[in-house]
Design a protein around this ligand. Structure first.
Ligand code: SAH
Length: 480
């Protein structure tokens, strides 16, 4: 073993506690995993976080950084692999960091996610009966190739060749890979065509430091049920030279339906700009979930895992407990996905969404499905809902809905939104969440204000990653 791996003995502090320093070498048993999928092990009572180590591993690590009561260490050797360790399918999974759990068996991934939700609900939400409330997590039969959307940054490698791939974890250096095992095989074909076109036509990739160059990202979306494909090039400008040559080639791909440009001239980490330019085909692709058809534009949010989305929406629908007479609000409704699922079983549905283009999609979606009982409003949930309430609504039923569904982004609901939900007092609240920590915080608020958590269902929308989606049913408590 090289010099680097020589074990330096940890020294004892005056108070008798063990004291570790940067570069110390240690051997640890990984007994738990943290919320970001890092392994957790203890040495002399001190907790260490070790990226890429999985539960059940015996590992050798090098201390990188010490905090007061814990430290971060780098995996240098797996002394004894965990029985739950599997061979990752992707060669660059460690560098990429997108699939934090790929080295862990799928069964254990599901256990990890269930535990994460349970811990957040009990520690942050203060619920003491979580075990009884949680239904068994819904996993996937084939936990790969499930993503219907990919966004590849484009740049140059050290040798000066144009590359596309993924950003290495927490950096902006591109790992050139056209094959991601979470995505569809059409992605590789699209990247081959786009990069070949750029090389032949001398079109420059965007360069972050100088803000020069044209092509920033390639966005690919596919409707898994319909086979329709969308390609959107995000460019630092408003025109792509000889675009017709690119269009000619992309059109040959099966299912090509929409080819667009997205203008992003800002020096920002945000991938998409606001303006879209149609190069060929339609401005959207269509996909179906269950028997509802959806039109999706590049700027609209659409769940990335259609197989699991169906399970998620069916659970939300079941929890809403509709019989056909109900009035429902669907807050953070995106392109009206959940709203339309509900509209078939409710009397009336009102959706609220902040992205205007998504609301346009939602209105079209209601039309193409022949659903005339869904209406959509553009704006922030925490503004639209309180305004309606303050104005007395358009009619009584809007003020006192039977059910309110919320599906906010990671940061959860604004308190003004929760406050108004409580005032409106629907019999049921269905909370769909992609972040169980903010979910737990918001449930605590609702349950402190007259609601009761009835059940929670975790759905694994993002296998191989630490992400987990949860649907919760709350009902108005009888005794307040
Ligand atoms: N329910 C939809 C979308 C969920 S994602 C679906 O399942 O497809 C969350 C959505 O909330 C996004 O469409 C996002 O644009 C929107 N959003 C974010 N902040 C918002 C806010 N303050 N008010 C209303 N919508 C918001």
């Amino acid at each position: 073993m090289g010099k680097k791996n020589t074990k330096r003995a940890a020294s004892r502090k005056d108070d008798g506690a063990w004291h570790f320093q940067k570069d110390d070498m240690l051997e640890l048993s990984i007994e738990d995993m943290g919320i970001d999928g890092e392994g957790i092990g203890k040495a002399d009572g001190v907790t260490f976080f070790v990226k890429d180590a999985v539960i059940g591993d015996r590992v050798r690590v090098k201390v990188m950084k010490m905090k007061k009561n814990y430290g971060y260490a780098r995996l240098t050797e797996i002394v004894e692999p965990s029985p739950y360790r599997v061979k990752p399918r992707c060669e660059c999974h460690r560098q990429c960091g997108g699939c934090q759990l790929q080295a862990l068996s799928y069964e254990k991934q599901l256990e990890f996610k269930e535990r994460k939700v349970r811990n957040n609900l009990s520690r942050i939400g203060g619920f003491d009966n979580v075990e009884a409330l949680m239904e068994p997590i819904l996993g996937m039969e084939e936990p790969f190739y499930y993503r219907n959307k990919a966004q590849f940054p484009v740049g140059r490698n050290k040798e000066g060749r144009i590359v596309a791939g993924f950003y290495a974890s927490r950096t902006h250096s591109i790992i050139p890979t056209r094959r991601c095992h979470l995505g569809d095989s059409v992605n590789e074909r699209v990247l081959e065509i786009v990069i070949g076109f750029m090389e032949r036509q001398g079109i420059e990739p965007y360069e972050e430091q100088s803000g020069t160059g044209l092509v920033r990202h390639v966005l690919v979306r596919k409707g898994f049920a319909t086979g329709e494909v969308m390609v959107c090039l995000v460019i630092n400008g408003r025109r792509l030279p000889v675009a017709e040559l690119l269009v000619d080639e992309l059109c040959k791909l099966d299912g090509m339906t929409s080819i667009m440009l997205n203008v992003n001239e800002k020096n920002t980490n945000v991938i998409l700009g606001e303006e879209l330019i149609l190069l060929w085909g339609k401005e959207y692709i269509t996909d179906t979930i269950g028997d509802i058809r959806y039109r999706i534009s590049p700027l609209s949010f659409y769940q990335v895992n259609p197989v699991q989305t169906k399970k998620l929406y069916e659970t939300a629908l079941e929890y809403a407990g509709l019989s056909g007479t109900e009035t429902v609000w669907d807050l953070y409704c995106g392109i009206g996905t959940i709203s339309l699922f509900l509209a078939r079983k409710a009397r009336r549905v009102y959706g609220v969404e902040v992205v205007e283009k998504a609301v346009e999609n939602a209105r079209d979606n209601a039309k193409i499905n022949g659903l005339s009982n869904a209406e959509f409003f553009v704006g922030k949930a925490e503004e639209v809902l309180p305004e309606f309430y303050a104005r007395g609504g358009r009619n009584g039923e809007m003020l006192h809905p039977d059910v309110i569904v919320v599906d906010p982004p990671r940061k959860g609901c604004d308190e003004r939104c929760l406050e108004t939900i409580v005032k409106m007092g629907p019999g049921r609240v269905v909370y769909v969440s992609c972040d169980s920590a903010t979910l737990a915080r918001d449930l605590k608020y609702l349950c402190g204000n007259g609601y009761e958590l009835v059940k929670a269902q975790a759905v694994d929308m993002f296998p191989q990653t630490v992400g987990i989606e949860v649907v919760c049913l709350l009902s108005k408590s009888h005794v307040e």
